[in-house]
Design a protein around this ligand. Structure first.
Ligand SMILES: Nc1ncnc2c1ncn2[C@@H]1O[C@H](COP(=O)(O)OP(=O)(O)OP(=O)(O)O)[C@@H](O)[C@H]1O
Ligand SMILES: [Mg+2]
Length: 148
């Protein structure tokens, strides 16, 4: 197994900056891509997802915060969608992850996962992990790692 490679680090100083970061990263997303987000309550996973949705071509208003459903699908044109999963809502994330049908989602879109650390062993590969650290009241650090 190859070691994960740190690709990039970003710092943001407001929810708006996080949104803009998400939008930029979302513009680089393609069908079949998986982003696995890890960060504490209120770290900004959903805030980033909202930007990702817009960058990918979906309506960011569809991204609710906090997420109350397990899987949300945001249509993004050309029969592509962004799928937004919050596996915190699963009783036993690692055991139940396979039943979500993530492979089918990856065939028709990109997949963004909140609380990915709860099911690390069964997450799709290859993927990118995004770790979000709360570094201050309104500051956040994003570390993006490639997992082969
Ligand atoms: N730089 C920042 N980037 C993102 N959010 C920020 C930032 N600074 C402050 N915040 C605040 O942090 C909170 C982030 O909430 P968000 O719902 O995105 O977190 P989350 O990681 O999805 O949490 P949860 O685990 O509950 O789903 C919001 O209240 C937002 O206003
Ligand atoms: Mg959230």
């Amino acid at each position: 197994m190859t070691m994960p490679t740190i690709l990039k680090k970003f710092e943001t100083n407001s929810p708006e900056e996080t949104y803009a970061l998400g939008r930029r990263l979302g513009g680089e997303l393609a069908v079949g891509d998986c982003l696995a987000m890890t960060g504490d309550l209120g770290a900004g996973k959903t805030a980033l997802a909202r930007g990702l949705a817009e960058g990918f071509g979906a309506d960011p208003m569809l991204v609710s915060s906090p997420t109350y459903v397990l899987v949300q699908q945001y249509p993004a044109g050309d029969e592509r969608s962004l799928f937004h999963l919050d596996i915190h809502r699963l009783g036993a994330p690692e055991a139940e992850f396979d039943d979500l049908g993530v492979d089918e989602m990856l065939a028709e879109g990109a997949v963004v996962i909140e609380w990915a650390n709860l099911a690390t062993a069964v997450l799709p590969r290859p993927r990118k992990d995004i770790t979000i650290e709360i570094t201050g009241l309104t500051s956040r650090r994003f570390t993006i790692t490639a997992v082969e």
